[in-house]
Design a protein around this ligand. Sequence first.
Ligand SMILES: NC(=O)c1ccc[n+]([C@@H]2O[C@H](COP(=O)([O-])OP(=O)(O)OC[C@H]3O[C@@H](n4cnc5c(N)ncnc54)[C@H](OP(=O)(O)O)[C@@H]3O)[C@@H](O)[C@H]2O)c1
Length: 373
Amino acid sequence: MGKVAQEQRSQSKYFSLAESGAARDAERMRLTKSLSIIGGLLAGAILPAQAATSSQNATMKAVVLRAYGEPEMLKLEEMPRPEPKDDEILIRVIAASVNPVDVAIRKGYLAEIIGNKFPLVLGMDAAGVVEKTGAKITKFKKGDEVYAFFTLASEGGYAEYVIAKESETALKPKAITYAQAAAVGAAGSTAWQALIETAKLSSGQTILIHGGSGGVGHLAIQIAKARGAKVIATGSTANQDFLKQTGADVAIDYSKTKFEEIAKDVDVVLDSVGRDTLKRTYGVVKKGGIIVSIVDEPAQADLDAHGIRGVTLRSSPKADTLEELARLMEAKKLVPVVSETYPLADFNKALDQIATRHTRGKVVLQVADEPRS
Ligand SMILES: NC(=O)c1ccc[n+]([C@@H]2O[C@H](COP(=O)([O-])OP(=O)(O)OC[C@H]3O[C@@H](n4cnc5c(N)ncnc54)[C@H](OP(=O)(O)O)[C@@H]3O)[C@@H](O)[C@H]2O)c1
């Protein structure tokens, strides 16, 4: 498939525009709505790059967006290294993960939420070593190995240094690499907040996970198994073994089998696909059960007709979520899978991969060498 065709296909779920003008407007509205679902965390990840500089005029390399648009709008540049305020931590980034939303941001699909405050540094999460702490920081010290999922007060992770708050940072588990820790920030928090905080998944329940082989999905499968749930997960033909290896009790190849022929009376659904998949999901949920969608809005009429609940989740950076995930990783119950790493300079290759919407596990930018422990 050519690059352009691949790009078009990859964006189809959110970004494909219908051919007629009216349909295009409707699609744009739907897109804006869908993207606003993740707006809370997005706005946090992307901030103007002109943060306060250190007194020594230190600089760093960062992937900088100066206007919305095509991949050429992103450039690896030398820019001032941010200086932490009293309640902030400066992290030397070892790895940063690449999320589907990064592509949408570059294209300007979230301009209404983010605004036009250029230059911007992309990247919603990162793992690295604490370089410097502000005067009010008590939980972390220079040299700590940490990972973070960013909020409004933060810089982007596609850089050699990034600013984080204590409330969005946790110690990196020793058992995993920085690349794996970076992979968990946004995707793992989303999976945890969907399954545990929102759906209150419990032992013995059955969960259907749409998109089980992706960044969020492969972590959700493991979180659900650690909770003692039975997991049914969907994925393409190429990912059937991966779904099983990740822990799914039942793997469904969505290209060959309708999930509703196999999944019946489930307690919880994690929807990371939306649209037609969501429409076909209402009927497989047990009365009193719940659909948590991270990409779409469950229709109240359909929920009522089936006697079930539905929630659209916007995940948000929280240190306690990261600490829960870290505990699972320490216990080896959660093992993030990084299918590909790219050097920071190859950020556009990493973004091309995530834009396929068929990434297995996570794609990560390896910003610096993994330190030897
Ligand atoms: N609301 C929030 O807070 C929030 C947070 C994070 C992510 N998100 C959104 O959630 C979505 C998933 O994120 P992600 O990071 O997991 O993306 P990802 O890493 O790109 O994974 C997407 C997965 O979807 C699978 N897939 C594609 N079409 C499918 C279908 N018809 N049925 C079942 N699976 C299908 C793909 O598997 P195959 O390759 O096997 O097809 C792929 O593994 C994205 O749209 C992202 O923007 C929302």
